[in-house]
Design a protein around this ligand. Structure first.
Ligand SMILES: [Zn+2]
Length: 464
């Protein structure tokens, strides 16, 4: 079923051009704004400008009063905010069914909600339908790139990569590795996990904008033999990513200490199996110490901070300041289904609340940086995504600064850019999203005159 295409704006060029120009307030980053008082020199704000996109890439920007020629398909979004596509560095594609499940902490939550939902992804038809729905949901929340956990089943990996590839997305994922402490029908073993991983790497790694990640769920659900296998594959295949969970919950940390008495810490379990490098993405990292943070800084591994999930599951308050002091990388993540929204705006607002409880001020600049350029740098992908720099692939989102009769008057009272962006971050969500472009093609557009209704645009390119 193809969605109806709703033309919410005028497009002035013929159907042949691959050149598009979007007029809006352009905002991206040229540096790291840092924690604490926002550093305005890290921010590039170009109010009322045209962003020029040619053949799927950003090529230039022009002042609003100097529109490009008639060979550009022009779209008016005057008075709206245009950002690079948002990057969600940790999310589970197979957990949409269990989002907002009541009354559990991590280990109980896995048992009661997560494993039953993931079991259903052994069925190829279910996996396919869920993967399509998941990537469309990402795009309808303004996330154009993601680091994703599917399930242990190869079917779930094929379905996810296939759905992302059809939409031209940057996506990093891999088969979940789990050979102990999981239900019988969700466990693999070292030999099968190795051969499944090799097959999937050959099929997907480096294809279009896809990259494969070795994906041990967490140290408790992989034997030392399986962790060593994952480390060996990371060595063998250039450019592979690694994703896992670390130090999310205190009961979990105590369990890992019992399972790996030889390790100095939970993080050290991964380090000693060769799993930490500059393409390693570890979710949570709440219960780390200074030595751990130094290891993260030294190896270049990043923490995918997941504040919505941490608040929802009562896991703890992430120490962003200590990470920054150590020089370790932090990106932002929804961690759905532990997190309660795919919206990276809501995730930023939750990150602000977590830091407020620690007595740290998280500026809107720093939060947005961590979901755009900062995440791209931490993933070694800033040559491709995360900013509006000429040459970057045109993953772009356009937002209303405010929606509704509380946010709108608040927006008009904002005295400077940071105040305005902060109110957007605290009051906004996916209803503010107007359109999402992936590699210059429209993949989501809000229905005309409506806030909150969704319209996925799979297969539709407004000007191509
Ligand atoms: Zn997770």
């Amino acid at each position: 079923m193809r969605p109806t295409i709703v033309h919410a704006m005028s497009v002035s060029a013929g159907p042949q051009t691959t050149r598009r120009a979007l007029r809006a307030d352009l905002l991206d980053f040229v540096g790291d704004p840092g924690l604490g008082a926002p550093d305005p020199t890290a921010v590039r704000h170009r109010p009322d400008h045209w962003l020029l996109i040619d053949d799927g890439r950003v090529v230039d920007a022009l002042p609003g009063a100097q529109p490009p020629g008639d060979d550009w398909a022009r779209e008016e979004h005057r008075g709206r905010l245009l950002l690079p596509g948002l990057i969600d560095t940790h999310v589970h594609s197979v957990q949409l069914d269990v989002i907002a499940s009541y009354g559990a902490e991590l280990l109980d939550w896995l048992e009661r909600y997560t494993f039953p939902a993931e079991r259903r992804h052994g069925d190829a038809e279910h996996a396919q339908a869920q993967a399509e729905a998941f990537v469309d949901a990402l795009l309808a929340h303004g996330s154009t790139a993601a680091v994703v956990f599917p399930s242990v089943h190869a079917t779930s990996v094929d379905a996810l990569f296939g759905a992302a590839r059809r939409r031209g997305m940057r996506l990093i994922a891999g088969k979940v590795l789990m050979d102990r402490h999981a239900p019988d029908d969700l466990r693999d073993d070292v030999a099968r996990a190795r051969s499944d991983s090799e097959t999937l790497i050959a099929r997907w790694h480096g294809v279009d904008r896809l990259a494969y990640a070795m994906t041990p769920r967490f140290a408790a659900t992989s034997t030392p033999g399986q962790l060593a296998m994952a480390g060996a594959l990371l060595q063998r295949h250039a450019g592979l990513y690694m994703q896992t969970h670390v130090a999310e919950n205190r009961a979990e940390v105590a369990w890992i200490a019992k399972l790996f008495p030889e390790a100095r810490s939970y993080l050290d379990v991964y380090h000693r199996h060769g799993l930490l490098n500059e393409r390693a993405v570890l979710a949570h990292g709440i219960w780390l110490d200074d030595a751990d943070r130094q290891v993260l800084a030294d190896t270049g591994a990043q923490i995918a901070h997941s504040p919505s999930s941490n608040l929802f599951l009562g896991s703890g308050l992430f120490d962003w300041q200590a990470m920054a002091d150590a020089g370790a990388e932090v990106s932002l993540a929804s961690d759905v289904g532990g997190g309660t929204s795919l919206s990276m705006i809501r995730t930023m607002a939750d990150a602000y609340r977590v830091q407020a409880l620690r007595g740290v001020r998280l500026s809107a600049f720093k939060a947005l940086h961590a979901a755009t350029r900062g995440a791209a740098q931490a993933l070694q992908l800033d040559h491709e995504v995360g900013s509006l720099e000429p040459g970057r692939i045109a993953d772009v989102t356009v937002w209303d600064w405010a929606v509704g009769n509380v946010a709108t008057p608040r927006d008009t009272l904002a005295r400077d850019l940071h105040e305005r962006l902060f109110a957007w971050m605290m009051l906004g969500d996916e209803r503010n999203l107007v359109t999402t472009l992936v590699a210059g093609r429209t993949q989501y557009r809000r229905r005309s005159g409506d806030s909150g209704a969704s319209e996925t645009q799979h297969g539709f390119a407004a000007a191509a």
